[in-house]
Design a protein around this ligand. Sequence first.
Ligand SMILES: C[S@@+](CC[C@H](N)C(=O)[O-])C[C@H]1O[C@@H](n2cnc3c(N)ncnc32)[C@H](O)[C@@H]1O
Length: 210
Amino acid sequence: MGLRESFQAGLARQLGHPSGLRGRVVGAMLNRGNRKPITEAVAALGLAGGETAVDIGFGGGLGLGLLLRRAGTVHGVEISTTMLERARRTFRREIAAGRLRLHEGPITALPLDDGSADAVVTTNTVYFVDDLDGAFAEVARVLKPGGTFVLGIGDPGTMSRSPLFTEHGFRIRPVADVEAALVRAGLDVRRHELLGGGQMGFHLLVTGPQ
Ligand SMILES: C[S@@+](CC[C@H](N)C(=O)[O-])C[C@H]1O[C@@H](n2cnc3c(N)ncnc32)[C@H](O)[C@@H]1O
């Protein structure tokens, strides 16, 4: 494997599961590089104030900070202990105040009660999830009736042109396939927004229980 391929393989691994010192750098990088899509995804939840909100696969934690500005209680779910530690340090006051709860676990087995969330957001995570139906069924399970789930994914057409994504195990799915999986999980797609402006188009699917 050449230098470039080995750098890309390492970066792809870190994007899917940031860990150690490199993971900490990746966390900061994610917050910078994904600021716009994360901000728009949180805004699309339409929080009025005081809700219970969840960010799944929060990475660098920018989404947690944005949710904490409006929601009453925020849950962060992650598989990466490095990202969990980073969030514990960044948000120690909010954790001490009981406004932020962090959980270790995957999107396919959410460590949250049935019907406990008004709002759920996840951005740039489902590329690392094989069982999309299982993941969305879990999101549907934890959402309250009338709740909102915003899913953010990079444009599959653009992603398919980059070896970083095509050669290192990312699951790049057509948006129509993702929408079909949401519907199978009992989630109506209420709105589909395409964000431009960055290096890569970004799709926001605003959904909720049928
Ligand atoms: C590319 S980062 C995206 C982070 C952040 N949401 C963003 O948009 O910048 C993917 C994150 O999802 C987490 N992740 C990967 N697979 C996951 C899973 N099955 N369940 C929950 N989180 C997962 C990773 O640990 C990582 O922090």
